[in-house]
Design a protein around this ligand. Structure first.
Ligand code: PLP
Length: 465
């Protein structure tokens, strides 16, 4: 180790760590037999938008860690805020009429940042816990209102809402449902607003209305008096950066209003500036009753999540509900809240949300439009600091006219491997390659990332020719 605690690449024994890792550490979402054979990449340091592995390789982080390091790595003001809070009060709970100062300030600040219909915040340790809270809270809300039969929550196929029993059930990932008997009762899934896959022969806006109408069909099939809420990510992240047509969310909002159904925006990825607004729902024309959040609230420096609660639900819970039998040891953890407060200060002080809207988001869009001219790329899309491109066997004039690769070729994974080996972290969802870089990524850094991506597309093309 060097004085700064960073492994010295000359002496660091990467193989020994990989062996220990494979022997004892069960990683999330990982094929462990493959991990044992190849060995995990050991990430040892981050600064700004760059990471370094234990062999000294520099990587540009196109995924913000896991969609979360919005303010970039190496922010000493966050580590200092955390240190100070640990010295003062490392922990106290917020159960049974107690509170702590950072949690109170954070709740007030989040409400001030949120759209005007919000008045309260419930704090959790993660995005999954936030969505578990949503399930319990919406059912409790309808109980209080004397309509306990309103139980069903409608979600979408290919959505991602976390990995707990409720989170994975709300999510629409077939692979997750196949393991462990999910979804739990009372969760239904409709189609996603994925124009490139399902909008053949329609304009994008016409398809948006068709996809929203699937919600109304499901409500009518179930009976509106059985439906508690509809949940969706403003832009689906883990599903592959699926950007809905402009008509989709306003029409979903109209349908929820028509049947009195609560609208829940899962902003675990889209919140805190990712789309160039504090909350993605603001950009998409949604007026949610509840917002789940996590990740960007602390830029991932310390785990924290929560639920922003609109006045409609808060009034019932606070004025009529009595004790809500729900909570986590780490709800309102003072250290996590101190990290969040400093992270929000940085986002504001550096005007990062405005920058995404006016400067870096448009620059990322231009870079991806340029990447779309590569012979391997069918089309590219972006929204704020999220972007995706599709790898195709034959390019066409439109997304629908492209010819995909056979799935068994796993071209996306092949491409992702080249990216890792050549210093750029990008994720593959099937043959769709996606990024969600730190909001601090500069225009020059976006150009650096795009140049590395182009080179890796060339390498992938050479493999599949
Ligand atoms: N919701 C969305 C939209 C997410 O992308 C994620 C995680 O990626 C979650 C919920 C779950 O958050 P966590 O992993 O913090 O439990």
């Amino acid at each position: 180790m060097t004085a700064a605690g960073v492994p010295d690449v000359q002496t660091f024994d990467t193989r020994a760590i990989q062996e220990l890792d494979a022997a004892h550490f069960l990683h999330p979402f990982t094929d462990h037999a493959a991990l044992r054979d190849k060995g995990a990449r050991v990430i040892v340091r981050g600064q700004g938008v760059y990471l370094w592995d234990s062999e000294g390789r520099q990587l540009i982080d196109g995924m913000s860690g896991l969609w979360c390091v919005n303010v970039g790595y190496g922010r000493t003001s966050i580590s200092q805020a955390v240190y100070r809070q640990m010295e003062t009060l490392p922990f106290y709970n917020s159960f049974f009429n107690t509170t702590n100062v950072p949690a109170v300030h954070l709740a007030a600040e989040l409400v001030a940042l949120a759209p005007p219909q919000f008045s309260h915040v419930f704090l959790t340790g993660s995005g999954s816990e936030a969505n578990d809270t949503i399930v319990r809270m919406v059912r409790r809300y309808w109980d209080i209102l004397g309509q306990p039969e309103r139980q069903v929550i409608i979600s979408r196929q290919n959505a991602y809402h976390g990995s707990t029993m409720a989170g994975a059930s709300l999510g629409g990932m077939a692979g997750m449902h196949a393991q462990g008997g999910l979804p739990i009762p009372g969760i239904r899934h409709i189609g996603q607003p994925h124009y490139a896959e399902q909008g053949q022969g329609m304009s994008e806006n016409a398809f948006g209305l068709v996809a929203a109408a699937w919600l109304e069909e499901e409500i009518l099939a179930l009976g509106a008096d059985k439906v508690a809420a509809f949940i969706g990510e403003p832009v689906q992240g883990a599903g592959g950066v699926i950007i809905p047509p402009a008509t989709y969310w306003p029409e979903v909002q109209r349908i929820c209003d028509k049947y009195g159904i609560l609208l829940v925006a899962d902003e675990v990825i889209c919140g805190f500036g990712r789309l160039g607004t504090w909350f993605g729902s603001e950009l998409m024309g949604m007026r949610p009753d509840l917002i789940s959040f996590a990740k960007g609230v602390t830029s991932g420096y310390v785990p924290l999540g929560g639920v922003l609660v609109g006045k409609r639900v808060a009034h019932a819970l606070v004025e009529q509900g009595g004790d809500f039998h729900h909570g986590f040891t780490y709800s309102g953890h003072p250290v996590a809240c101190a990290a969040a407060l400093e992270n929000l200060r940085i986002l504001r002080a550096e005007r990062l949300v405005e920058k995404v809207a006016l400067e870096t988001g448009p620059h990322l869009k231009a870079a991806f439009n340029q990447l779309a001219t590569h012979p391997l790329v069918g089309h590219a899309e972006s929204c704020g600091m999220m972007a995706g491109l599709n790898l195709v066997r034959v390019k066409g004039a439109t997304a629908h006219a492209c010819v995909p690769f056979a799935r068994a070729l796993h071209v996306g994974m092949l491409c992702r491997g080249h990216m890792f080996d050549n210093g750029v972290i990008m994720r593959a969802v099937g043959d769709r390659m996606i990024v969600a870089p730190p909001l601090v990524m500069t225009r020059a850094e976006i150009d650096d990332m795009a140049a590395r991506i182009w080179d890796c597309l060339d390498l992938t093309l050479a493999d599949v020719k």
